[in-house]
Ligand binder design. Structure first.
Ligand code: NAP
Length: 452
């Protein structure tokens, strides 16, 4: 891949790039099929991504007509990297095998290794014969909605396609690698004012938060709405807070440390609850919830805004859903996309139906939603929440930090990009948006490290 990196750095033309030889193998972060039982008998928290994620050469797949070869400059860790690496709730090889049976091109994915990663920023090296809107040399971000156009259901909202998949989780050849194959309908222009890694961390989490809060398919936040946001300094939450502020709403954020409280205050979030300091405990034991705790949270939220939340931004799942349903206002919405703490959910249905609340489901984003979010980032209205950058060789360590909630915002991974900070092609725009705004999360993480 070195010749590809050198050509990109030298500013090679589209034609020169298209003539570069695609190597027969490339460096990638992957898990192995024959290790899917590696953690059998261990508790979730004992399962260590550093043991299961391997870094090494894998064979380059052939290119389908609707795909491009992408030189991946940077990628990021998502929670799905954690799920794949700890083989929970299921090993992801089942997804690859199912895709393998779907078509001739799908068969490439059913391998004995799974290359991880559902975010990427990089440079197109070659395009398949059916690709129209992109050319070699284009600098792009990748969103992870992997869908074909041969299902009628995909034409209203591609998330409704029966074979909708998350690239790099339910498909092989993900972004945590020096090279990837990506469908042309996953591509979006890279914002010129961001570095490779600042650009790479956004698509999955930011687009998910966009669909949950802003797009036509879920909570459809309005100006003035109060939004309770769980995990507000995490991957989803960090973008959710910004979308609420940018859209004229009032975020009430929940986090678990005073460092996170100060980070969110600096982001512009006035109302922040430290759930650890205030010792919220919604479950008395394994089977019983404590509705007095729900009430305590409701009172706290009202003490900030004078009202109950119009929207609750949910993803912790089992540990918080009872409280989320309770605190939403009469007629309010609880929008959920995940269940980090457990997916068998329990809430008091009386609070839902008697007060006419709605639980809305949401999952990633369609191409239009991902592009709308990419545009907001390009306009400098929403900032990347990159807190730390790791090398591809340290993917396991980065995934382990996310697994154990030791991070803030997003963790970036340098793939082909040799150093952080490269890839900015419009410094003037960066300066006009503001270096301090763009680097808030990374400056904050550095300050914490120095103080420790
Ligand atoms: P993240 O960066 O780890 O942030 C999640 C935050 O949630 C944590 O930082 C933590 O914040 C909070 N949290 C965790 N457990 C909690 C609990 N028991 N009670 C209250 N708060 C808790 O992860 P993320 O990227 O935001 O993703 C969150 C979840 O959404 C994951 O399960 C992920 O797989 C899922 N997800 C789904 C989609 C989709 O398309 N459906 C897309 C992206 C992510 P504090 O400790 O500070 O409170």
């Amino acid at each position: 891949m070195q010749h590809i990196l050198e050509a990109i750095k030298a500013g090679a033309s589209s034609e020169e790039i298209s003539n570069l030889k695609i190597p027969e193998s490339y460096r990638a972060a992957y898990v192995k099929r024959d290790e899917a039982d590696l953690f059998d008998g261990r508790e979730s928290w004992e399962k260590d991504p550093r043991e299961s994620i391997h870094i090494g050469e894998v064979a380059t797949p052939e290119l389908a007509p609707d795909e491009v070869y992408l030189a991946v400059m940077a990628s990021s860790i998502n929670f799905n990297t954690v799920w794949t690496s700890i083989f929970e709730p299921l090993p992801t090889f089942g997804f690859l095998d199912r895709l393998g049976k779907e078509s001739e091109w799908g068969a490439r994915h059913a391998r004995d290794h799974h290359v991880l990663g559902s975010d990427a920023c990089g440079v197109i090296i070659q395009t398949g014969s059916a690709v129209r809107n992109w050319k070699p040399g284009d600098r792009v971000n990748v969103h992870c909605n992997y869908v074909d156009d041969q299902d009628p259901a995909a034409h209203q909202d591609s998330m409704m396609a029966s074979n909708q998949r998350i690239w790099g989780f339910e498909t092989n050849f993900g972004g945590l690698a020096d090279l990837s194959v990506v469908k042309a309908n996953q591509l979006m222009p890279k914002p010129e004012h961001l570095s490779w890694e600042e650009s790479a961390v956004n698509a999955l989490c930011a687009s998910t938060s966009y669909r949950m809060l802003v797009g036509d398919n879920a909570a459809r936040m309005k100006q003035g709405d109060n939004v309770l946001i769980w995990g507000a300094s995490g991957g989803l939450g960090g973008y959710a807070c910004q979308l609420v502020l940018n859209g004229g709403g009032t975020p009430v954020a929940v986090v678990s440390s005073d460092d996170k409280v100060s980070l969110l205050n600096e982001l512009g979030v006035q109302h922040v609850i430290d759930r650890r300091a205030e010792e919220y405990k919604f479950w008395r034991d394994e089977t019983n919830q404590d509705d007095a705790e729900w009430r305590r949270l409701g009172k706290k939220v009202r003490s900030f805004t004078g009202e109950d939340p119009d929207i609750v931004f949910e993803h912790p799942g089992r540990s918080t859903m009872g409280a989320s349903v309770f605190v939403a206002k009469r007629g309010g919405k609880i929008v959920t996309c995940a269940a980090t703490s457990g997916y068998m959910i329990e809430y008091d249905n009386r609070h839902l139906w008697m007060r006419l609340k709605k639980i809305l489901s949401s999952h990633f984003a369609n191409y239009a939603e991902a592009s709308a979010m990419n545009r907001l980032i390009d306009q400098g209205k929403i900032q990347p929440i990159l807190s730390k950058t790791f090398t591809l060789a340290n993917t396991g360590e980065a995934a382990n930090q996310v697994h154990h909630n030791l991070h803030e915002g997003k963790l970036g991974i340098l793939c082909l990009a040799p150093e952080a900070g490269e890839g900015i092609t419009n410094l003037e725009k960066r300066q006009s948006i503001g270096e301090n705004k763009i680097t808030l999360f990374s400056r904050h993480a550095e300050a914490i490290e120095i103080n420790n």
